[in-house]
Ligand binder design. Structure first.
Ligand code: NDP
Ligand SMILES: O=C/C=C/c1ccc(O)c(O)c1
Ligand code: ZN
Ligand code: ZN
Length: 368
């Protein structure tokens, strides 16, 4: 199907003269179709990247379906972008043509606030997300379901040679998002018992990182009985608790030092908080479309902590990639062609993926 022309203004065409092709959703049906888009020229601080792979994060699905009511259509999703450098600006010293690089969830920030100065640009109030965000030049950002991207070098990371780009692409969001809070809150530290709610893209990588951290015990807490065997036999979990089984949940109550919650749909927190030991911590990562409720007693009783965490900083993302390369951590992926993306979204909505779809952009997304 021939790409549709994107809706660009004359101003945007002047600022973004470079033709590219992508996959866009035009409404809350979430149906993705080819689109011509424009990218900026390579600025002095920029890196131009030929996209080879892009992971499909559940946030992409939330966004194109407008679950969060923040979609700026046409949405070109994708923030698990892996590819090779084609051009660098004259101020860029750390990258060169041919380098294996990635772009995750962010492409800009204010660089002046307390968070930016601390190297925590993911908590900048003016953070610019890789897609569906208003950039500083006023244009809407478009993500990695496209054949090329241009990004400020500060927001580009390097893949170690040991990481294959298809299986490493999901680390840019799924991996970084679980790695950062697990390190910050010592979840999965040696001798500790960590639970992971939701064995999906984020969850399965959390299990792998917990193993690599030397956790004393890793328990998957899942709504899917079909995931039990491979959680235990292949992913390295020590235990599997079916959250719909009252006896299994009761047996696990009060046993966990920490829990990583990656559930993509709204579910009562109370049964999960009961799994924590006194003073245990739940890190909330999943972003369901509906607000969550928690009773005071669920936290006060036991002195428990419920903390949110958002993406990861660029330095945490690079640290995570280097750690993953050293410890053999990569995502379990199902590589698909650009033409299969809508079928993949339907399967993702049903949890029918083990455990991350990755689009083979380099070989299957081309301008006609
Ligand atoms: N905070 C942040 O910075 C980030 C947040 N996210 C968010 O994290 C969530 C997970 O993303 P991702 O891993 O890509 O999604 P996936 O769809 O790959 O995995 C989500 C998992 O959640 C579980 N789940 C689904 N529905 C329910 C339910 N009703 N109750 C309990 N568990 C449920 C399923 O696991 P099982 O079958 O084992 O039950 C499913 O596999 C999304 O909401 C996404 O938007 C993603 C990246 C960054
Ligand atoms: O998948 C990652 C999404 C993270 C995210 C963070 C902040 C925000 O406003 C979003 O819409 C998504
Ligand atoms: Zn994501
Ligand atoms: Zn800032």
């Amino acid at each position: 199907m021939a790409p549709t022309a994107t809706t660009t203004t004359t101003g945007e065409q002047q600022q973004h003269p470079r033709k590219a092709v992508g996959l866009a959703a035009h409404d809350a049906s979430g149906h993705l179709s080819p689109i011509r888009i424009l990218r900026r020229s390579t600025g002095d601080d920029d890196v131009a990247i030929k996209v080879l792979y892009c992971g499909i994060c559940h946030s992409d699905l939330h966004t194109i379906k407008n679950d969060w009511k923040n979609a700026i259509y046409p949405v070109v999703p994708g923030h698990e972008i892996a590819g090779v450098v084609t051009e660098v600006g004259k101020n860029v010293a750390g990258f060169a043509a041919g380098d294996r690089v990635g772009v995750g969830c962010m492409v800009n920030a204010c660089r002046a606030c307390e968070s930016c100065e601390e190297g925590a640009e993911n908590y900048c109030a003016r953070v610019v997300l890789t897609y569906n965000s208003r950039d500083r030049d006023g244009t809407v950002t478009r993500g990695g379901y496209s054949d090329m991207v241009v990004a400020d070098a500060r927001f580009v990371v390097r893949f170690p040679d040991a990481l294959p780009l298809d299986a490493a692409a999901p680390l840019l969001c799924a991996g970084a998002t679980v790695y950062a809070p697990m390190r910050r809150h010592a979840l999965g530290a040696p001798g500790s018992h960590v639970g992971v709610i939701g064995l999906g893209g984020l969850g399965h990588v959390a299990v792998k990182f917990a193993r690599a951290f030397g956790a004393g015990k890793v328990t998957v807490i899942s709504t899917s009985p079909a995931k039990r065997e491979e959680a235990l036999e292949r992913l390295g979990a020590d235990a599997f608790v079916l959250s719909t089984d009252a006896a299994e949940m009761k047996a696990a109550a009060g046993t966990m030092h920490g829990i990583v919650n990656t559930a993509s749909a709204a579910a009562s927190l109370h049964p999960y908080l009961a799994l924590l030991k006194p003073h245990g911590k739940m890190i909330l990562l999943g972003i369901p479309d509906k607000p969550l409720q928690v009773s005071a007693f669920a936290l006060i009783g036991g002195g428990k902590t419920l903390a949110g965490s958002c993406m990861a900083s660029i330095s945490e993302t690079q640290e995570m990639l280097d750690f993953a390369a050293e410890h053999g951590v990569a995502a379990d992926v199902e590589v698909i062609g650009a033409g299969e993306v809508n079928a993949a979204m339907e399967r993702l909505a049903k949890g029918d993926v083990r455990y991350r779809f990755v689009i083979d952009v380099g070989n299957t997304l081309k301008a006609d």
